[in-house]
Ligand binder design. Structure first.
Ligand SMILES: [Zn+2]
Ligand SMILES: [Zn+2]
Length: 352
């Protein structure tokens, strides 16, 4: 592949969380497999301090011709199912549809790249630069969105032809996030539409990305959450102070999102007196706390056969496994998961 000299732009999300969020420091006596240690560090928990989360599907194709002339069907489908926000777009076209009383509309575009698609939000002007070289054109477009303060999110990464090197170049050009689950891909390709392992590998390569989950609804020809006869759903949860377009966009800019196939995450708070990261969620059978090291963190489960809606990462017992980040992954009784965008953490360990 030809090297492109674009420099490193960095999408800035991680820096925003670390510098503008509320640091939650800790200094505790802990244990590493029986050895006494002192763990000192800080959580930069972007989810802290919000009353709760909102639920949305940011990727929907809402041209009237796709919906038999009536895009109302798409919005009422989601409004009736308790969704709070709804992304409205089409391929290479901006579509303006009004809000419903309980459903905020986020205008965007699904921009065609040379070997994939890009979701774009938060721009007033949806025009993009071109270039003769296809690789250079894709990078210029991502950089242009980033430089204008918009959001560039790679849609359905499994359904693209990009290489590992190109994905990293996209990140360095200002890609802010990934559609970690696109339920519409299931039934159309050989995979499940999940890119959680690719997300994790990019994080390990130093590329911090925000996670989104969407249905990619195209019309009433199928149930909106069913593709190829396989019922699927994916949505994005955001932590925000209010349900407005600006707040939803800011929640993505500041990494306050999670991707869900079903479980809902209501709060993630560090509790200093207990030295625990505590998660409140819908009824679940397990909660995984994953550090950047795939062995990091821990899984907490309620007693066998039971479900719980509160889970904790106990730093005194399991903190030694956390490094750099912690992602919270909630799993329900049907095996459906919700993954948070990673919470940055600095942690150092000393023998005592
Ligand atoms: Zn697409
Ligand atoms: Zn689409």
């Amino acid at each position: 592949m030809r090297a492109l000299d674009l420099g490193s732009v960095d999408n800035g999300v991680e820096n925003r969380i670390r510098t503008e969020g509320t640091p939650q420091p800790f200094d505790i006596t802990a244990d590493r497999k029986g050895d006494p240690i002192q763990l000192t560090g800080t959580f930069y928990n972007q989810f802290a301090g919000f009353e709760g989360s909102f639920k949305g599907n940011l990727h929907n194709h809402v041209l009237p011709r796709r919906w038999g002339g009536d895009v109302e069907n798409a919005r009422t489908h989601y409004a009736e199912r308790g969704y709070d926000f709804f992304g409205a777009m089409d391929h290479d076209e901006v579509v303006h549809v009004p809000d419903l009383p309980d459903l905020i509309t986020i205008p965007g575009m699904e921009l065609s790249l040379n070997a994939g698609h890009l979701l774009t939000f938060g721009l007033d002007d949806f025009t993009f630069p071109t270039a003769d070289d296809p690789e250079e054109e894709d990078l210029k477009r991502i950089r242009s969105i980033h430089d204008r303060g918009g959001l560039a999110v790679l849609a359905h990464p499994n359904k693209t032809a990009y290489t590992w090197e190109q994905l990293q170049q996209f990140c360095d050009a200002g890609l802010i996030g990934l559609e970690v689950v696109n339920s519409g891909v299931t039934g159309k390709t050989a995979d499940t539409g999940k890119f959680d392992q690719g997300w994790k590998l990019l994080l390990q390569a130093g590329r911090y990305l925000v996670g989104l989950g969407n249905d990619d609804a195209h019309g009433p020809h199928t149930d909106l959450s069913e593709w190829g006869g396989v019922p699927q759903v994916a949505w994005t949860g955001v932590f925000a102070d209010a349900l407005t377009q600006t707040e939803i966009i800011n929640a993505i800019k500041y990494g306050r999102t999670y991707v869900s196939q079903g479980p809902r995450i209501d709060s993630i708070e560090f509790v200093p007196e207990a030295a625990q990261l505590r998660v409140e969620c819908s009824e679940a059978v397990a909660c995984h706390f994953r550090g950047i090291d795939s062995y990091g963190g821990d899984t907490t489960t309620p007693d066998e056969g039971l479900q719980a809606s509160t889970f904790s990462l106990d730093l005194a017992e399991r903190g030694y496994r956390i490094r750099d980040y912690v992602s919270v992954i909630v799993e329900d009784a049907k095996g459906r998961r919700a993954w948070t965008t990673p919470i940055p953490v600095d942690i150092t360990e000393k023998a005592r």
